[in-house]
Design a protein around this ligand. Structure first.
Ligand code: EPU
Length: 417
């Protein structure tokens, strides 16, 4: 088991360069197999979720060349086989192989995906989309076999703007006969990144980034190039670190518009931030106002940032609240913040954070990726030493987190027990 040990209290100063977005890259890699020729993707983050997806691609017979942040995938040698349970359950995004294999071969055999234990996370909307396009779904326990004689364009309304279902339906629809429309689609920037990549291959997708996406099926897809957009959640996490304990900490190589909802909340708190074209510079302030946050799909406040933000809320002067509307189980971090000295009342869908609190170093557990990020931030600002256990979760989503933080003055290390 890996753990992160932090000696807290060091001011963070300098520049953190943000990597490619995990939640884009984990869709772009499976999307590659739809191409009939080699594809190249730049700015791929070096995180374990990508390693696990590459393993699945290689298992299927693709050639995967990785050099620094570039990946070249040759899918022409793929054989459509059932993806083993162990590989599928290592991460959530393995579910994108369902849409991609179904789109290309009209058949996919996959297990229910893994991912952080932050709620039930059903995939009914993905499956509903495939069925509406003419696929049949056979389920034996956790194993799904999805087959279509012909995939036909369909009008699909999502009961909820699910990121995964929107992307998976796009993947299945790019080579279908006819036109597919997704209504109430998710609008996250990662969806635009995937649609752009597919269009570079010759797909005909319009409307990505809005709530109606139209996909006109094509027969063939060819070689293509794309770049992964900057990770808005990684960027947001380090901006919060700067507001906690930064001195002119520069978060660089970002698209500030993608974190507008966070920046607006930080301004409401009275944080010291200045927003550039592709960066944010942020410093700690003496006093922060309390705020209320409700998580929503993009462009609302991202659920993935509410846990890291909670660390900062412990420093606000008064009562802040966080209402979580996307997942049922995303407050596990709050219990550990309380052990470190925070004053947080936890209810089912909402937490009440009474600040300001002095945090002290403790041994805590990363129950999921963003809970882990929250606790690392807490360790950076706490008095004494914080040990965050179970940090495999954190390493799934934050490239070089140890180096990036040490480079700006933190005292943090990774070790294995
Ligand atoms: N939902 C359903 N049925 C479905 C699909 C989703 O009820 O078929 C529900 C979910 O249970 C949840 C809501 O819809 O309540 C939204 O889920 P969504 O499908 O949008 O989430 P996801 O695709 O599973 C992605 C990210 C998450 C991020 C969410 C929301 C990936 C691999 N994961 O998950 O990222 O929280 O979108 O933005 O892209 C993370 O990075 O820490 C993370 C959890």
């Amino acid at each position: 088991m890996k753990r992160i040990i932090i000696n807290g209290g060091n001011t963070l100063k300098g520049t953190i360069k943000i990597s490619g977005a995990k939640n884009s890259a984990v869709a772009l890699v499976p999307a590659s197999l739809l191409s009939d020729e080699k594809v190249t993707i730049d700015n791929i983050p070096n995180i374990s979720d990508i390693d696990n997806l590459n393993e699945i691609l290689k298992y299927l017979g693709a050639s995967v060349e990785r050099k620094e942040d570039r990946i070249i995938i040759d899918p022409t040698t793929i054989e459509n086989k059932a993806i083993p349970e162990e590989a599928a359950t290592k991460l959530r995004a393995s579910y994108y192989f369902m849409g991609a294999l179904l789109g290309k071969y009209k058949k996919a055999t996959m297990y229910f995906p893994g991912g952080c234990p932050i709620g039930a996370r059903p995939i009914n909307l993905h499956l509903k989309g495939f069925e509406m396009m003419g696929a049949k779904i056979m389920q034996e326990q956790n194993k799904y076999t999805i087959i279509a004689d012909e995939l036909k364009g369909a009008n699909i309304y999502l009961d909820m703007p699910s990121v995964g279902a929107t992307i998976n339906i796009m993947l299945a629809a790019v080579k279908a006969n006819g036109t597919t429309t997704i209504d109430n689609a998710a609008k996250e920037p990662e969806i635009v990144n995937v649609a752009t990549f597919l269009n570079n291959m010759g797909a005909k997708i319009r409307g990505a980034g809005t709530s109606t996406i139209t996909i006109k099926g094509v027969k063939e897809l060819h070689h293509a190039y794309t770049e992964v957009i900057p990770d808005r959640i990684e960027a947001g996490t380090y901006v919060i670190a700067g507001a906690l304990i930064g001195n002119q900490l520069k978060i660089d190589n970002i698209i500030p518009e993608h974190i507008d909802s966070l920046l607006e909340k930080l301004k409401e708190m009275g944080a010291d931030i200045s927003v550039g074209v592709d960066n944010v510079i942020v410093s700690k302030t003496d006093r922060l106002n309390p705020i209320n946050v409700t998580t929503l799909g993009y462009p609302g406040f991202p659920t993935d940032l509410q846990q890291p933000l909670t660390t900062l809320l412990t420093k606000c002067d008064g009562l802040s609240t966080v209402k979580e509307t996307i997942y049922e189980n995303r407050f596990c971090n709050a219990k550990y913040l309380n052990e470190m000295g925070a004053n947080i009342k936890i209810t089912d869908k909402k937490i009440y954070v009474n600040g300001p609190s002095e945090l002290v170093g403790k041994e805590v557990i990363a129950t999921d990726l963003r809970a882990g990020a929250c606790l690392v931030l807490a360790g950076l600002v706490a008095k004494g030493t914080t040990t965050v256990k179970n940090v495999e979760h954190v390493l799934r989503g934050y490239e070089n987190i140890i180096e990036k933080l040490n480079n700006v003055g933190a005292n943090i290390k990774l070790d294995e027990i």
